[in-house]
Design a protein around this ligand. Structure first.
Ligand SMILES: *Cc1c(COP(=O)(O)O)cnc(C)c1O
Length: 457
């Protein structure tokens, strides 16, 4: 008999978690203005708000913390960090930052000007925020199929080359670079194929534009290329990631994702001009060039995390857990963005809460219901996150309205996945009775979802 699949690690340290009553949760959520970002983590049983910075580090990463060099300038930890990034990506110029959005802030301070257009596949919320505060436009050229949650495509995060080429042809002078997010978080953690990355490179070369990767989950993207794309089955993850990065001029990285650290990020590039242009902003916003907002010990742990998480077994364990949860939801016929993405399941709220109009934010309503049901904290990736149009100030209802269940790396077991699936089934079974959503009582001008205040209708 073939042995079943099991995790590629065993557990050395544990952290208790606590259940609560429905009555307690009702009070806590009301006090949090129906925004799960405002909840205390102690009031959460299973926390799926993000997979960012919430992973469990390995024993080698913990050991590396003790060897951190906390020298202000030229620390050995910086060189461990820099050399590992260069080894994996091929990029020689590295700027450390305290997380991914800080990398965006530093690089975009140099690259993005008022009136610019930045085309790519779906821009992540902080990326879009950093573009829009500079009075520039993020132009989403993702394939149309990504919007149909029930369509099974192997690379649903892809850029539509025709859309991209049209934008470049029409706005050539306004475009400082093309940005490709791998995996495509906003479209559901969906991967981008190597073939598509090559198509983007060819278009970029034709119009003489550089290509930037928003690479938070580049290793998960490489896993999907290995599993799904012709010609990559026998390549290692490190060979595939090297090839991916050979098609870009630089990257911004939230190391809180695929480097499995609790805090950290960086810019890496082959363009000396980008490095020279951005480095002053690192000193201004983050810190000196050999720490950029990170401790020496954190740079050590990041280097090891990056090395370990570009190995197949680690990624296989991770992505198979996400697929396990997807399989459980299939049993209950709960609709989500298909196929399951790399880091999360994105539940299609508009297909479930059909009586809640879009103006009452179905995905946020589903997020609220799941928390009240079982203390499980997901996150709305929908109309609240989509924010208002910077020009018209209207809500943007054009995209998907999803409840994201992000799975932290190496944190929960498949028993927890079973609890999540059944809790969601219980909400699903009473969906017809949910007829009212939520309304906004206060919001901030950009990135409103973190601090928005809501009321139940
Ligand atoms: C998380 C993330 C970011 C921002 O990184 P932070 O570390 O959260 O600041 C940018 N892009 C993508 C695709 C992300 O997933």
């Amino acid at each position: 008999m073939k042995l079943p699949f099991a995790e590629s690690w065993k557990i050395k340290m544990v952290e208790p978690i606590r259940k609560s009553t429905r009555q307690e949760r009702e009070q806590w959520l009301k006090a949090a203005h129906y925004n799960v970002f405002q909840l205390a983590s102690e009031h959460v049983y299973i926390d799926l708000i993000t997979d960012s910075g919430t992973g469990a580090m390995s024993d080698r990463q913990w050991a590396a913390l003790m060897l951190g060099d906390e020298s202000y300038a030229g620390a050995s930890s910086f060189f461990n960090f820099k050399n590992k990034i260069t080894e994996i990506t091929g990029f020689p110029y590295i700027i450390p930052t305290h997380q991914g959005r800080a990398a965006e802030n530093v690089l975009f301070s140099y690259l993005v000007k008022e009136g610019n257009i930045i085309p790519g596949n779906s821009h992540f919320d902080t990326t879009k925020g950093h573009i829009e505060v500079r009075k520039a436009i993020a132009c989403d050229c993702t394939i149309d199929e990504a919007k149909d949650t029930q369509l099974e495509l192997p690379f649903k995060g892809n850029v539509d080359p025709r859309k991209l080429e049209n934008v470049l042809a029409e706005n050539h002078d306004k475009i400082p670079f093309i940005i490709i997010t791998i995996t495509n978080n906003t479209a559901g953690g969906q991967p981008v194929s190597m073939r598509n990355l090559k198509e983007v490179r060819a278009i970029a070369d034709k119009y003489k534009k550089p290509v930037l990767f928003d690479a938070a989950r580049f290793a998960e993207n490489a896993y999907f290329i290995k599993m799904r794309e012709d010609g990559y089955k026998d390549k290692t993850i490190k060979e595939i990631t090297k090839e991916m990065f050979s098609l870009a001029d630089g990257m911004t990285m939230s190391a809180k994702k695929d480097a499995i650290v609790n805090m950290g990020g960086f810019i890496a590039t082959r363009l000396e001009e980008w490095y020279e242009g951005a480095k002053g902003y690192c000193i201004q916003y983050e810190g000196y060039l050999t720490y950029g907002g990170m401790n020496g010990r954190d740079m050590n742990a990041l280097a090891i995390g990056l090395d370990e998480n570009t190995e197949f077994e680690n990624l296989e364990t991770r992505i198979r857990q996400v697929e396990y949860l997807a399989g459980r939801l299939d049993e209950y016929k709960i609709p989500y963005q298909r196929p399951a993405g790399g880091h999360a399941i994105f539940v299609d709220a508009m297909k479930i809460l059909t009586h809640v109009p879009k103006e009452e934010f179905p995905a946020q309503t589903l997020t609220v219901e799941l928390y009240l049901e079982a203390g499980i904290r997901g996150c709305e990736i929908g109309f609240i996150l989509a924010d208002r149009d910077p020009v018209t100030r209207e809500n943007r209802f054009g995209g998907l309205d999803l409840l994201r269940l992000a799975i932290p790396r190496r944190v929960y077991t498949n028993n927890h996945m079973d609890v999540i699936a059944v809790a969601l089934k219980n909400v699903f079974d009473r969906r017809e009775a949910i007829t009212h959503g939520v309304k906004i009582t206060w919001e901030s001008p950009v990135m409103r979802h973190f601090t928005v205040q809501l009321e139940k209708i």
